[in-house]
Structure formats: C-alpha cells, structure tokens
Design a protein around this ligand. Structure first.
Ligand code: BES
Ligand code: MN
Ligand code: ZN
Length: 498
C-alpha cells in the first residue's frame, strides 16, 4: 500500500527539491509565488505565459530547474476560480496534486499554499488539501510482487508551507482520522475473500479497541441463542462460520441515545444454491462494502473523538453453496419472529440485515439506524455509480443524509417506499418471501428491510453502485472506494454532536 504523509510548515520558500506554487484562473500569483518568480528572474511567469497556462483548476505546469533558485523543479498548479473555492474543491486540488506528483515519480514536494487573490485561506481548506493528497495516494498493491513501470513511489512526503500553519495542522487532525477511516474501508473492500473471511474481518474490527471502541464479537452459538435464523441461514453453506460484530463508541453523554450504523458484510457472495454466473463473480469479494464503511466510520469517529454515542454493527458471513447450504423453498424464522420463505438464495443481504436491524433496535433503542449494503444490482440500473440509493421512513433523516452527501460529494438519491410494493413479497407459505421479482428490485428489498425496524427512525443506503468497481476520481484510484465514510462522518458532525 502506498500512502502520503503530509506535514505543515511556515511559509518559507525552499531552496532545493521540488516547490509547488499556485495560480488562479486569472493568472495571478500570490506573495510566495511572486517572490519565487522574482528570485528566478521572472522565469516562472515567462514559462507560464509561454505555455499558455491559464491556471484552470487542477491543471499543472512543470518547470525544470529554473535559473537563479536552487530548485530541481517548480510546478505551477492551477486552482481555478477562487471565488467559487470550497472545501470540496480544495480536497480535489490536493488529490490532483498528489496524482501529478505520482505521475512525475516525485516522492517529496513542498507546496507553497496561499490564495493568489490575497484572501485568507481558511485552515480547514488547507486541511482539505492535505486530506485530498492522502486519499489520492492510497494504492492497493500489496499483492504485486513486481514493480510495474507506472507504479508511483512507495510514499509521498508533502509539506504544506503556509501562513497559519499551526491552525491548519490542528484543522487537519480530525480530517486525518477520517482519511484513515476511508483507507481502512478501501483496504477491506479490496482484500480478497480467501484472506478476509468473517473471523479475519472481525479481528480487524477488534483492533479499534486501541482507540477506545468497545468491540463485541458474537459467534454462531450466541447468534443461535438470539434466534437470528435468517442471518444464520446465509452462512450454513460456507466452511467459515459467521461473526456478528457490535462496536460501541461512547463519546457522548451517558444519557444520550446512540446513533447506529449497520453494515452488510458478505465477505463473498457466490449466490449460494441460486449461484451467480461466472462472469464478474470475482467482484463479489466486495459484498462487504457496507460493513467496511461502518468499520471505517467507527475508526474515523473514534480517531477524532466524536462527541456522540455510536453503535456500529457488522454482519459478517459468507454465502456459499454446499451440501449444508440453504435451498430455495426453505423457510426461516427471523429474530423478530417473522417467517421468511427463501425464493432465491442470492437475495441474502436482506436476510442478514433483517436480524441485525431487529437486534440493534431491540438492544440499543437508537435515535436512528442507518444500514449500508451492496444490496441490489437493480440500484446500479437505476442510479449508476453516481448516487447511492437512499430509502428512509423519516424525512428529516433523509434530508440530513442528502445534505451531508452534497457536502462531501458522496451523493445519494432518495427512492420511494410504500405499502403498494408489499404485495410483491407476499408468500404463499410464510410471512414474506425474500425476493419480489424483477420490477422495482431495490425498492422491494428496502420494503423487506422496513418490516424489521419496528418503528425506529431508519434509513437504508443501497451502495452496490458506489462501494466497489469505483471509477477513478481526483481523490480515489482504488477499486474499493470507501464510499460513505466521509458522508456519515459529516452527518454525525453536523447534526449529532452536542
Ligand atoms: N450482492 C448482490 C448485489 C450486488 C450486485 C452488489 C452487483 C454489487 C454489485 C446481492 O446479494 C444480490 O445478489 N442481489 C440480487 C437480488 C435478486 C436475487 C433479488 C440481484 O441484485 O440480482
Ligand atoms: Mn446475492
Ligand atoms: Zn450480496
């Protein structure tokens, strides 16, 4: 895994190595860039003019060894229209810069970070640059034994030199914790299922104890006692037994109700007896993307000592076909007492989640529960990879999730729920069946889950399109995206911390 480390320093122009200066879309230089240009006898400004470089956001001009300064390189970085600069645009800038440095195979650089329009750069925007660079630099290459030509250097050391560097460093501390949470989630999603089974995933969760998180790992025996037969049925065809992990971060007041996050953690989804086609089945190592996000979130919240009580639940299990596997036609009794006829063993996520939702509302009486699951291929058909599907029984919670999604650019789109869809999951033999046919596949799955929330304020995020197979972005080059960690961290920060 390659990573970046970022440090903050006083705004001093370096006299060796690589310096990065910024310019905006009006071609303006700030104080430090101008000083460097002066020292170079105007060579930087001349190079910018000669190249027709206009300072558009995330464009770069690489100038080699300009005369008069001891630097190997001066990279001029465009930050675009500063009047429109946001936290998010600085995050992307940091990502794009780290990408450029990797492309040039540079492992050290000093960014002279200033606003060319002479406005103050808020510490949080500087922190966003650092976070963007760290997120972009993550690269899951631990199983590559040979270095390929386009491999970036193992690690990037980036110094941000700016006025008010102490305040920027302070603003970065919580954002560093969040970046670590995102990277943990990405790592878990990328990891193959032969390496990461239910117990290995649970062991990763246990490591959060070091940050003060309480971690309980329930085994099959305890789950049986609780009556989680819908969840257990998913795992009986696997040689590796399930683990149900409950994490607790108590950063709030004793009397504060907790908020709860619940993740589908199917470490591999073969489909079971209703086996999936071979093409693309390898992607189903990522069917634990919901649980990875929840664990990454807990890491972020504990790492930045969020002032909130939080429950994280991971439903770890493997869906495999063997002689003991669950069959279509089987009927299982969920922890809630409701019975479910299995029509398709590949609709396993809802079977895992239904017992988790029931358990969490029953045991913790949370202010809300949000589940995340790579639940349906149908959500990809509806929304592609640009939005996760949001289902909720509460408008306020839905609006808050939507707002946090916009703020972090991890966007969600609200989908409908409604009793009219219930008839699609009526069963001839049991209280319900686990599939509702081709039409409205994501909605009938959500409608199924709603039967287990027992009136608790609840939202469901279908992340089948956003958690894995991620398109490249300024802040991500990883197949597993860590989607949702930044969104949910933001949700907690903006609405649920005293
Ligand atoms: N894990 C899959 C959904 C999925 C598909 C996630 C593509 C990521 C990418 C889920 O368990 C599943 O198999 N769902 C079925 C449900 C169907 C049998 C009702 C599906 O979407 O086809
Ligand atoms: Mn499935
Ligand atoms: Zn699945």
């Amino acid at each position: 895994m390659s990573l970046a480390s970022v440090s903050f320093a006083k705004a001093v122009i370096p006299n060796s190595g690589v310096a990065v200066v910024v310019t905006d879309d009006e071609g303006r230089f700030g104080r430090d860039a101008a000083a460097l240009d002066l020292a170079a006898g105007g060579a930087i400004a001349r190079a910018v003019a000669a190249a027709g470089f206009k300072g558009k956001a995330n464009g770069f001009l690489d100038i080699l060894a300009p005369h008069g300064v001891g630097l190997d390189r001066v990279i001029v970085a465009g930050v675009g229209k500063l009047a429109e600069a946001t936290d998010e645009s600085w995050l992307k800038f940091g990502g794009a810069l780290a990408g450029k440095l990797a492309e040039l195979k540079l492992s050290h650089a000093c960014l002279l970070l200033e606003r060319p329009d002479a406005e103050n750069l808020p510490p949080d925007h500087a922190a966003a640059v650092a976070q963007g660079a760290v997120l972009r630099s993550f690269n899951f290459n631990k199983y590559k034994t040979k270095k390929s030509d386009d491999d970036a250097p193992k690690s990037l050391k980036l110094t941000l030199a700016l006025d008010g560097h102490s305040a920027a460093k302070k603003a970065y501390a919580p954002r560093e914790a969040v970046a670590e949470g995102v990277i943990l989630a990405r790592d878990l999603v990328n990891e193959p299922a032969n390496v990461l089974g239910p117990s290995e995933f649970a062991a990763e969760a246990k490591k959060l104890a070091d940050l003060g998180v309480e971690v309980d790992i329930l085994t099959e025996k305890e789950m049986k006692k609780l009556g989680m037969h819908a969840y257990l049925g998913v795992g009986v065809g696997s040689a590796r037994p399930p683990r149900f992990v409950v994490l607790r971060w108590n950063g709030g007041k004793d009397k504060d109700k907790p908020v709860a996050f619940i993740g589908k953690g199917v470490v591999f989804d073969s489909g079971g007896i209703s086996i999936k086609p071979a093409a693309g089945m390898e992607d189903m190592k990522g069917d634990m993307g919901g649980a990875a996000c929840v664990l990454g979130l807990m890491r972020a919240l504990a790492g930045r000592k969020a002032r909130c009580n939080v429950i994280g639940a991971l439903g770890l299990v493997e869906n495999m076909p063997d002689g003991a596997a669950q069959r279509p036609g089987d009927i299982v009794t969920s922890m809630s007492g409701q019975t479910i006829e299995i029509i398709n063993t590949d609709a396993e996520g809802r079977l895992v989640l239904c017992d988790m939702l029931w358990y969490v509302q029953d045991k913790f009486k949370p202010a809300f529960m949000i589940d995340l699951a790579t639940l349906t291929g149908a959500i990809l058909v509806a929304l592609g990879q640009e939005h996760a599907g949001l289902f909720a029984n509460d408008d306020t919670l839905a609006e808050r999730i939507t707002a946090a999604g916009k703020a972090t650019n991890e966007r969600v789109w609200r989908m409908p729920l409604g009793a009219d869809y219930d008839k699609q999951i009526d069963s001839k033999f049991a209280d319900m069946k686990n599939t509702g046919g081709r039409n409205a596949g994501s909605i009938t799955a959500a409608q199924f889950l709603q039967r287990f929330v027992n009136g608790t304020t609840w939202a469901h995020l279908d992340v089948a399109g956003t958690a894995m197979s991620s398109p490249n972005s300024d802040i991500n080059r990883s197949w597993g995206s860590g989607w949702g960690v930044r969104l949910l961290d933001r949700l907690v920060k903006d609405y649920y911390e005293g």
